[in-house]
Design a protein around this ligand. Structure first.
Ligand SMILES: NC(=O)c1ccc[n+]([C@@H]2O[C@H](COP(=O)([O-])OP(=O)(O)OC[C@H]3O[C@@H](n4cnc5c(N)ncnc54)[C@H](OP(=O)(O)O)[C@@H]3O)[C@@H](O)[C@H]2O)c1
Length: 303
């Protein structure tokens, strides 16, 4: 199939492209900058511009779409709420409407952060309560997509992995600092259930192949505090775990309020796929192995 991936330069986009190629699919990627040396076609477009989604659609002519592009930086959304609204609400609705018109399978990437994180252990049936502009616009985006295309798949995700910049994901952030011998705060009061981006990409492709639609949590089967994640990462890479210092999110210089217990249940997805999802420990092992095999250099060579 010819898969259109928006946000191809992003943390999810680049790993999804890799996994889709490995599975034998044709990939067409979109971002504001092209990837001139990628082994697939990339289109350069500013998707915030009205009309850009139509133009990309006409050129790409996709068999399926995974829409990952977003204003995904939480504090940037607080500072640029109009851009967040455009990219996180209107753009997904436009793309979903184009897909609906032609009956093309459409996966919209949303976030675990639609919940306020007070209770934790959330299922798809629990009412979301966004705490900041990023989360509010992502929730509005989910709803706009579902209205435009009731057969779309809406995937609430959290993930880490190798990025083009080498500093996009939490795992890379810890790794860069630990390798420089810098003490690194790890929040003991923030929990998440991340998947390795490559694992997430594989599960998204599987869900597409099975024709899943509706709302699903695409999160790991185990949850962890950011502190424990940092310590485990240090140990996996043979770095001094004591450099990961227990800290509270209350002390962090962050603009937007952050949810604490973003522990999401993925039982609905596991039942639909007939198997459980990987966990973050398996993800960390694979993250380590990917580096040993030269994966980060290979994706960065696409630029
Ligand atoms: N990272 C996480 O753990 C996490 C957690 C929950 C949910 N999510 C969701 O997962 C999705 C992917 O996140 P990510 O971490 O991969 O994001 P990212 O690394 O910030 O990448 C965002 C992508 O969107 C593209 N983009 C942004 N503005 C654009 C514009 N005006 N026109 C065209 N492309 C544009 C960027 O391309 P250029 O900047 O190169 O144009 C980039 O390719 C998002 O929907 C995000 O909300 C992520």
């Amino acid at each position: 199939m010819r898969l259109l991936v928006t946000g191809i330069t992003g943390l999810l986009g680049v790993n999804l492209a890799w996994e889709a190629l490995a599975a034998g699919h044709e990939v067409v990627g979109v971002a504001r900058r092209a990837l001139p040396r990628a082994p697939f076609r990339t289109l350069q477009a500013d998707l915030a511009r009205p009309g850009a989604a139509d133009e990309v659609w006409r050129v790409a002519h996709p068999d399926a779409v995974v829409h990952t592009a977003a204003l995904a930086h939480v504090d940037a959304c607080e500072q640029q709420p109009d851009l967040a609204e455009r990219l996180n609400v209107h753009l997904p609705a436009e793309l979903a409407a184009l897909a609906a018109r032609e009956g093309v399978p459409f996966v919209h990437i949303s976030t675990d952060a639609v919940f306020d994180g007070r209770r934790g252990d959330y299922t798809e049936a629990d009412p979301p309560r966004p705490l900041n502009t990023y989360a509010r616009t992502k929730l509005a985006g989910e709803r706009a997509v579902q209205t435009a295309y009731p057969d779309a798949l809406v995937a609430r995700v959290n993930f880490f992995g190798w990025s083009l910049s080498g500093k996009r994901s939490l795992a890379e952030w810890f790794l860069v600092r630990l390798r420089q011998g810098e003490p690194s705060p790890g929040f003991t009061d923030v929990y998440f259930c991340p998947l390795l981006a490559n694992h997430l990409a594989q599960v998204l492709l599987e869900a597409l192949a099975r024709g899943l639609h509706g709302l699903y949590h695409f999160t790991g089967r185990a949850c962890v505090s950011k502190y424990t994640f940092g310590v485990a990462l240090a140990r996996r890479f043979g770095l001094p775990a004591a450099l990961v210092r227990p800290a509270s999110v209350n002390e962090a210089p962050l603009t937007a309020p952050r949810p604490r217990r973003l522990t999401l249940r993925s039982d609905k997805l596991a039942a639909a796929l007939g198997h459980s999802l990987p966990d973050w420990e398996a993800g960390l092992d694979a993250f380590y192995t990917l580096e040993r095999r030269g994966y980060p250099e290979r994706i960065r060579g696409w630029q």
